[in-house]
Design a protein around this ligand. Structure first.
Ligand SMILES: [Zn+2]
Length: 90
């Protein structure tokens, strides 16, 4: 993990691959506890990264990696919303 790269890299919580930050979608938990997709990477709060791929979201859902990363519980409704947002927004 000591490799120096010019572009910031983040790990997708779905497939666990390291990718360039700009290629990933940020899922953010706001200070108010709301979960949303952050396509611009500018929303305040705790973030986790996912490939713009519904499959990675499903994996993160199954493994609960997203919940762990955001330190919160995500309801099935919210997962569905995130998946929709991902498909529409990316
Ligand atoms: Zn992924």
């Amino acid at each position: 993990m000591q490799k120096v790269k010019k572009l910031p890299q983040r790990q997708c919580v779905g497939c666990r691959e390291m990718k360039e930050k700009r290629e990933l979608i940020r899922v953010v938990r706001s200070p108010q506890g709301e979960i949303s997709l952050d396509f611009k990477g500018k929303k305040p709060g705790r973030g986790a990264y996912l490939c713009p791929d519904a499959e990675c979201l499903r994996r993160a859902r199954k493994s609960r990696a997203l919940e762990r990363a955001l330190e919160t519980t995500i309801t099935p409704e919210l997962y569905d919303e995130l998946e929709k947002g991902m498909v529409n927004g990316g």
